[in-house]
Design a protein around this ligand. Structure first.
Ligand code: CP3
Length: 354
């Protein structure tokens, strides 16, 4: 049965783009490329626009979201845009007291440690995030044939910020809840799964042509704990948007041991960091999925010849996949020279031209 029809159906040019074709494991004219954290971070025109505007405030201003999202597309000629927002925006939108501290990351006023604390997490409705709907609509009009990727944080990664109260290296309070209070943990992840599902649906309904679920910190988990205590919530999110004709990308850092399970959770495309070669990742993930990745972002700090050789290694390993979207193994590093990113896009396009 056909799924719900988003209010803005993608154009033929978007549907036929190299990015969406690779997601669907169809032949492509060249390997598509985009970069996690391409919006913001290294671009001077981004820093200029953001002057005097707090990160979370900027995520609620449709015109600004649209401009920041378009900047890397214009500059680098990447094959997809990623919506400018943050994984904590839906939590802020339902009234949680949190902020993004520059150079630190998301910080939560009252960490979630007990059943009573769950009351902070009510359902998200489209009315909570009108600026998201507005910006996605503007973007799909401006982007022409370039697809727009919507995104959200996966339940585990969001839970880590909420339980720890901020960024964490060891995730000790989070894991303590997971191991010690399994019912509270399951309730928390289920609440987050519903909020995340809603946030993705808002973006898809407004016209996003793919979504990425970021479980950035899932690599901190064993495969057994991931399967038992985290995968069900991520699977619920991915299933909630399965009826749309929109590819689902699932990414985390340090997830070499989890790649198979992250695919099984309901991804069409599995994102891979730089720690394992893509051909190895393809064997772990199995057939029927595309892969995305996985150049070490530090390679952008090497001379041109090295950058090209390392990109060629990624392209060669990516040929083992039924579909390959070139990306970095994690986000663009803050001090990256934007001109190297533009050169990398050119190289990936020319070296992979069929
Ligand atoms: O990818 C993009 O270019 C689109 C926008 C985007 C942002 N955050 C904007 C942002 C995306 C996709 C995210 C996702 C995100 N946010 C993740 C998952 C991706 C990943 O990197 O693993 C996570 C874990 C967060 C939480 C978060 N927000 C962190 C760790 C930080 C960095 C803190 C810092 O300053 O180093 C943020 C802030 C943030 N989100 C910035 C941007 C552009 C930097 C803030 C600024 O420019 O003032």
């Amino acid at each position: 049965t056909p799924g719900p029809t988003p209010s803005a159906a993608p154009s033929a040019a978007v549907r036929d783009s190299a990015f969406l074709r690779a997601c669907r494991r169809e032949p492509v004219p060249h390997t598509p490329v985009w970069f996690m954290r391409q919006a913001g971070r290294s671009l001077p025109e981004y820093r200029k626009l953001r002057e005097g505007i707090a990160m979370l405030d900027s995520c609620m201003m449709p015109d600004l979201i649209t401009e920041i999202t378009l900047q890397p597309v214009r500059r680098h000629k990447v094959d997809a845009a990623i919506f400018f927002s943050d994984i904590v925006v839906p939590l802020k939108a339902i009234g949680m007291d949190l902020d993004i501290k520059p150079g630190v990351g998301p910080v939560v006023a009252q960490p979630i440690r007990s059943k009573a604390d769950l009351a902070q997490l009510r359902d998200l409705t489209p009315e909570d995030v009108p600026y998201v709907t507005e910006a996605v609509k503007q973007l799909t009009a401006e982007l022409g044939g370039t697809p727009l990727i919507g995104f959200a944080g996966a339940p585990f990664t969001l839970a880590s910020y909420l339980v720890e109260g901020g960024p964490s290296k060891n995730h000790e309070f989070t894991k303590a809840m997971m191991y010690g209070e399994p019912e509270l943990w399951a309730a928390l992840l289920d609440r987050l799964a519903d909020i995340t599902s809603q946030f993705l649906k808002v973006q898809i309904e407004a016209g996003a042509s793919a979504v990425q679920l970021f479980d950035s910190w899932a690599g901190a988990l064993s495969i057994a704990d991931y399967r038992a205590s985290v995968m069900p919530a991520s699977a619920k999110v991915l299933a909630s948007v399965a009826s749309y004709d929109v590819p689902r990308i699932h990414f985390g850092v340090g997830t070499g041991e989890l790649l198979g399970a992250m695919g099984e959770a309901g991804a069409d495309v599995v994102g891979v960091d730089w720690r394992i070669p893509l051909d190895d990742a393809v064997r772990r993930i199995g057939p029927g999925k595309a892969v995305q990745g996985n150049l070490d972002p530090a390679v952008l700090f090497t001379p041109d010849a090295t950058l090209r050789a390392k990109a060629d290694e990624v392209l060669a390993a990516g040929r083992a996949a039924e579909g390959h979207i070139f990306n970095l193994g994690h986000g663009v590093l803050p001090n990256t020279d934007p001109e190297r990113l533009t050169a990398l896009v050119e190289h990936v396009h020319s070296a992979s031209a069929r």
